[in-house]
Each structure stands twice: as structure tokens, then as C-alpha cells.
Design a protein around this ligand. Structure first.
Ligand SMILES: Nc1ncnc2c1ncn2[C@@H]1O[C@H](COP(=O)(O)OP(=O)(O)OP(=O)(O)O)[C@@H](O)[C@H]1O
Ligand SMILES: [Mg+2]
Length: 252
């Protein structure tokens, strides 16, 4: 690993157990969109690194560019310039086919509005990613296992409209984990939930991280989510304002 690059991009000290593998290296991401005759600069040069097994929150006011950034690092959207290296390979320049493969195998995505397929049951929703690409896992066995893990063994046959908001988000998390991705990216996963369900989802994420060693990157307004993360990347007006670690933020 190139230590000079690492030190340059990470201003805050990283606790020793996370100085290991860089799973994602985001380099000078810019995103501009045309707006009438003008151009709007949404992201203005964002850089950071994510280490294996970390829980990182992306924090910033509404409109600061969090969802745009997550879409780009998840490979759902292209940056205007810059690189997103996952395991050392730039996803921003991959062919559509290769990118679909990487998205399917390495990244799980959770959205604020759950985004489940309404006509499918909980179990079928979790199976979907396993029917895309090549996977050794049995879709139905894997879906049942994951729905058990998120506490929904008794809701396998329910469709999204027959589930509460918190239950739908748990199905969405199970779906994000289906292909056993190293990285789970979540955009406001507790944004549509009440405090209690938000707390349950947060406990679930914390447990999954400990049990499965997943890396979680979560954009949020929710101070409770931010307080649980080990590092917080603060975004302001399309730029990284600061990156702080939990150690520096005190005893939350
Ligand atoms: N397709 C688009 N065309 C023009 N402007 C856009 C487009 N998508 C997003 N924007 C603008 O880019 C900025 C960043 O949007 P983004 O959704 O990334 O913010 P956010 O930090 O996720 O906000 P929130 O906390 O409200 O979800 C906003 O000012 C938004 O209006
Ligand atoms: Mg957003």
C-alpha cells in the first residue's frame, strides 16, 4: 500500500486495527450537471478512503451532495471526473457489464424508501440479487438464512405492503447482504422510520458488522446513527469539510 497516498487522504488518525486494507479509495470526485444554460457543481472534489470492516457515516445538510456521492461510490451513477477504486480497480471507468458484476458481488445498497419490489414476497425480494450473475448459494436457503438473521423468519411470504416500515427496511438489509458483499452502502436507512425502529435497524447494522465483518458506509442526518459510526465524513456544499473519528469525538 502507498503510505504517502494514505496519509495525504486521511487527515484524522485511524485506530490501529483499521490501518489494514483499503476497500474503497475515492479520489477527487467531481459531479456537475447542466441546469438550463448554467452548470451546477454538485460535488467539487471529494476524496477519502474506507478501510475493511469500518462503519463510516457521511454527514451533511440537505442538498450537500450525500446521495449523489453514494450513487457514485455504489456505481449507480458516473462522476464527471475522479476515481472510485474498489479493490484497486476504478469502477467509474468500467464497462457496463463488468460494473454490473462488481455492483452485484461487492456492493449491497440500502435506500431510505426501502425500494423493495411490491409484487414479490420478502423471501423473493432477498433472492433477486442471487438470480443475477453467478452465485454458488441457493437463493431460497440464503434468503431464509438472512431473513432469520434480521428477525423476519415469520414473515417470509409477506409482500412489502403487508410489512411495517421497520420490517421492510430489514428485508432491504437482508437483500443488500444476499450476495455476501464486502461493502454495504446505505442512504438514510433510518430516515423513514420512527425512533424505535430506527434504533432497531441501527442495532442490526452494528451486530452485522461485528458478526460478519462487513464495511458499512451510511449517509444520514440522524445523530444517533452518526454517534455509532467509527468515523464521520462531513460533507458541506459538495466538499469534505472534515473527517473525524469516534475517539476524537469523545465517548459516544
Ligand atoms: N438530477 C439533478 N439535476 C440537478 N440538480 C440535482 C440533481 N440531483 C441532485 N441535484 C442537486 O444536487 C444537490 C445535492 O443533492 P443530493 O441529493 O446529493 O443531496 P443530499 O445531501 O443527499 O440531500 P438530502 O439530505 O436532502 O438527501 C442538491 O442541491 C440537488 O438539488
Ligand atoms: Mg439524500
Amino acid at each position: 500500500m502507498d503510505e504517502t497516498v494514505l496519509q495525504h487522504s486521511i487527515p484524522a488518525p485511524v485506530p490501529s486495527e483499521r490501518t489494514g486494507q483499503v476497500v474503497m479509495d475515492v479520489r477527487t470526485i467531481k459531479k456537475s450537471l447542466p441546469l438550463g444554460r448554467e452548470q451546477i457543481d454538485i460535488l467539487k472534489g471529494i476524496s477519502f478512503q474506507i478501510f475493511s470492516g469500518e462503519f463510516v457515516s457521511i454527514i451533511g445538510p440537505s442538498g450537500s451532495g450525500k446521495s449523489t456521492l453514494l450513487g457514485i461510490i455504489a456505481g449507480l451513477d458516473n462522476p464527471t471526473s475522479g476515481e472510485v477504486l474498489i479493490d484497486g480497480v476504478d469502477i467509474a471507468r468500467m464497462t457496463e457489464g463488468r460494473l454490473a458484476e462488481v455492483r452485484n458481488s461487492k456492493i449491497g445498497m440500502v435506500f431510505q424508501a426501502f425500494n423493495l419490489i411490491p409484487t414479490l414476497t420478502a423471501q423473493e425480494n432477498v433472492e433477486v440479487p442471487l438470480y443475477v450473475g453467478k452465485h454458488k448459494l441457493s437463493p431460497s436457503a440464503r434468503a431464509k438464512e438472512l431473513l432469520g438473521l434480521v428477525g423476519l423468519s415469520h414473515r417470509l411470504g409477506h409482500r412489502p405492503t403487508q410489512l411495517s416500515g421497520g420490517e421492510q427496511q430489514r428485508v432491504a438489509i437482508a437483500r443488500a447482504l444476499a450476495t455476501n458483499p464486502a461493502i454495504v452502502i446505505a442512504d438514510e436507512p433510518t430516515g423513514n422510520l420512527d425512533a424505535k425502529n430506527g434504533e432497531n435497524i441501527l442495532n442490526l447494522i452494528t451486530d452485522l458488522r461485528t458478526q460478519m465483518g462487513k464495511t458499512f458506509i451510511i449517509a444520514t442526518h440522524d445523530q444517533n446513527v452518526a454517534a455509532r459510526a467509527e468515523r464521520a465524513i462531513h460533507i458541506l456544499d459538495g466538499l469534505v469539510e472534515s473527517i473525524d473519528t469516534r475517539l476524537e469525538r469523545g465517548s459516544e
